[in-house]
Design a protein around this ligand. Structure first.
Ligand SMILES: *[C@@H]1O[C@H](CO)[C@@H](O)[C@H](O)[C@H]1NC(C)=O
Ligand SMILES: *[C@@H]1O[C@H](CO)[C@@H](O)[C@H](O)[C@H]1NC(C)=O
Ligand SMILES: *[C@@H]1O[C@H](CO)[C@@H](O)[C@H](O)[C@H]1NC(C)=O
Ligand SMILES: *[C@@H]1O[C@H](CO)[C@@H](O)[C@H](O)[C@H]1NC(C)=O
Ligand SMILES: *[C@@H]1O[C@H](CO)[C@@H](O)[C@H](O)[C@H]1NC(C)=O
Length: 563
């Protein structure tokens, strides 16, 4: 008999082993691709860090994970693992692929034919058919669902369960009374996901970066990335000293040293990522973000909470495998949390009152910058200090001297893909967090995800691990600091965007960032649910009403209602 400790160790070793096998497989795969794409392996760069093909991805894994981290991360990666398609000719002929127009959903009746009440759970059954109307025999489609009452401004995101046989269950908690409508959307077919998945693990470049080097009269621009193909050209190694995260540029051909790099910027996106056949899987309105229709009614009437039923927790719809608990829902288009924290509406005066004497540090991509922009335009006394920064990257600083409020924004380090950013301003979020004293008057908002869609998810996981560690150090030295971590959101999809910025890539990151911070004392702002549930069109930059709801939610944590 094994005691619990050895059982735990056994499970851990098995997981580590499977992780190593996974890694081994990928290293081999990448090595093989490296050889094919970039020529014979006897050509080695002579720069500071010899790279062979794209294995540098995996060779420079940054700081080592602790056993607990490694275990947790292997669970996370397992939970987002793409099940794959069954053996069949690839590319799958279009007529065999998922067709929203031929697919449908039905709302399931409640147990014993009773009427749905607030506190119950509603289920819908989704059947995905192909273009010939035949039910698919496998799963993997990417669906989103919401339940809404337009006249009440009420909406909540649904949870999806893949039965892996062409059918899916959607679960919605019933949180308000009245007529509610079910809405189901196919974002991508499983065949499109198959393609997006292959693209992501292939390591194929889906964004190009460059840097300017300059010294005296000499100036030269070279190509940069997380990994660079082996060639005769030497490279400069800009691997982050603190986190060990890699970044490289080709060394200039002229007499310019690696230290003479002055700018980092985005170069271009490749345009030929889809073959003619693959574009058929990414047709707007056909199989990208296309509505699935109801068979029968798409709405039900929800009655007030049933007094006879003791608690909502004990009620579950017919055959519901789990009780789904979203993080919140809209009512009158105001976001409400199910965690118990009451979300209030903050007008400019109330925001100023709440932020009085506080410093707010916002880090990340443009979805983080939206909070800076919202607050500086909403609060008349919060004045933007002109740091002469570039429009996108910042850094930005705003102060309200009278109320002793400071607001700052700075972007995350590469792979940020923007217009030129000066090299001294490329600081990792982890490094900047390590520079914060923290305390009850410090608020930190972090949103890092949108620039990681073009890399394998492990690259994102590694970045989040380093940010999470820095957050834990901050909370260790200053436990009263409010740290807000914002998750990913949905955006416009089309044949040009999807191979680079698919919502499916963002969904994987959404799961990763939520799981990595679940046990940390931070407030997780669920941007995913807030954008799935809202009626406004999905956009990389959620529209002002959603941003205002996010600000209200954050400030409700900072300044809870006084009882
Ligand atoms: C594209 O699809 C057609 C018809 O389904 C097929 O005959 C052809 O081989 C495909 N092309 C490629 C490059 O796979
Ligand atoms: C698909 O799987 C679900 C859950 O296991 C099952 O209830 C359903 O009958 C299956 N559908 C088909 C067509 O086999
Ligand atoms: C390259 O630059 C260094 C210092 O800037 C200088 O000492 C050296 O002579 C230069 N070499 C050539 C070949 O110009
Ligand atoms: C709904 O919101 C609007 C403005 O956002 C407000 O004027 C109105 O009173 C709200 N209605 C309810 C029922 O809360
Ligand atoms: C470098 O970036 C700065 C902004 O940080 C910009 O003003 C400048 O034009 C850039 N230089 C080059 C050569 O791209």
């Amino acid at each position: 008999m094994l005691n619990w400790r050895s059982k735990y160790l056994l499970i851990f070793y098995l997981l580590t082993l499977s992780g190593l096998i996974f890694l081994f497989f990928h290293i081999n795969l990448l090595e093989w691709q490296g050889h094919n794409t970039f020529g014979p392996s006897n050509i080695h760069p002579v720069g500071p860090s010899p790279l062979k093909g794209k294995q540098s991805f995996y060779r420079h894994l940054g700081q080592e994970s602790s056993p607990e981290e490694a275990l947790k991360e292997s669970y996370i990666l397992e939970s987002i693992k793409w099940p794959g398609l069954p053996d069949q000719p690839t590319p799958t002929p279009l007529e065999w692929t998922s067709d929203p127009a031929h697919s449908f959903f039905v709302i399931m009746p409640m147990d014993a034919g009773r009427a749905p009440h607030v506190g119950d759970q509603l289920e819908a059954w989704v059947i995905i058919n192909d273009f010939k109307g035949r039910t698919k025999s496998y799963g993997g489609d990417f669906l989103i669902a919401r339940l809404h009452s337009p006249e009440l401004g009420a909406a909540v995101a649904g949870q999806l369960l893949d039965h892996k046989n062409g059918s899916y269950t959607v679960i919605f908690p019933l949180l308000w009374e009245g007529s509610v409508q079910v809405e189901v959307t196919l974002v991508h077919s499983s065949e499109a996901i198959h393609y997006l998945h292959s693209l992501r693990i292939s390591g194929q470049d889906r964004v190009f970066y460059k840097s300017v080097f300059r010294s005296g009269p000499l100036s030269e621009t070279t190509v940069c990335n997380l990994h660079l193909p082996a060639s005769e050209q030497p490279v400069c190694d800009y691997t982050d000293i603190k986190t060990g995260e890699p970044w490289y540029c080709y060394k200039p051909k002229q007499n310019l040293s690696c230290e003479s790099r002055i700018n980092h910027s985005w170069g271009s996106y490749p345009t030929n990522l889809l073959t003619q056949n693959e574009t058929l899987l990414f047709q707007g309105g056909v199989n990208i973000k296309a509505r699935i229709h109801a068979r029968g009614s798409h709405s039900v009437t929800v009655l007030p909470k049933d007094k006879d039923k003791p608690s909502a927790e004990s009620i579950s719809g017919k055959g519901a495998p789990t009780k789904f608990r979203p993080s919140g829902y809209y009512l009158n288009w105001s976001w409400r949390l199910l965690s118990g924290v009451v979300v209030r509406e903050f007008n400019p005066a109330a925001i100023t009152q709440c932020l009085k004497g506080k410093q707010m540090h916002i880090y990340g991509d443009s979805t983080a910058r939206q909070y800076y922009e919202f607050l500086t335009s909403f609060l008349p006394e919060l004045k933007d200090f002109d740091l002469k920064s570039t429009k996108k990257a910042g850094p930005f600083l705003a102060v309200d001297v009278g109320n002793n409020i400071m607001l700052m924004y700075s972007c995350h380090s590469p792979p940020i893909a923007w217009d030129p950013i000066s090299v001294p301003q490329l600081r990792s979020v982890a490094d900047q967090l390590d520079g914060l004293v923290g305390g009850p008057d410090t608020v930190v908002i972090i949103s890092v995800w949108a620039h990681f869609t073009t890399f394998p998810v492990e690259v994102y996981l590694r970045r989040i691990r380093h940010i999470q560690r820095a957050v834990m150090r901050l909370l260790d030295r200053a436990p009263e600091t409010l740290v807000v971590v914002r998750s990913a959101n949905l955006r416009i999809q089309n044949p040009e965007m999807s191979p680079i910025f698919s919502d499916w890539y963002s969904l994987q990151m959404d799961v990763v960032v939520k799981a990595m911070f679940r046990d940390v004392n931070v407030f997780l702002l669920d941007a995913w649910e807030m954008t799935v549930a809202h009626h406004l069109p999905q956009n990389i930059h959620p529209q002002p009403p959603i941003i205002q709801n996010m600000i209200n939610t954050i400030l409700s944590h900072l300044c809870p209602e006084k009882k």
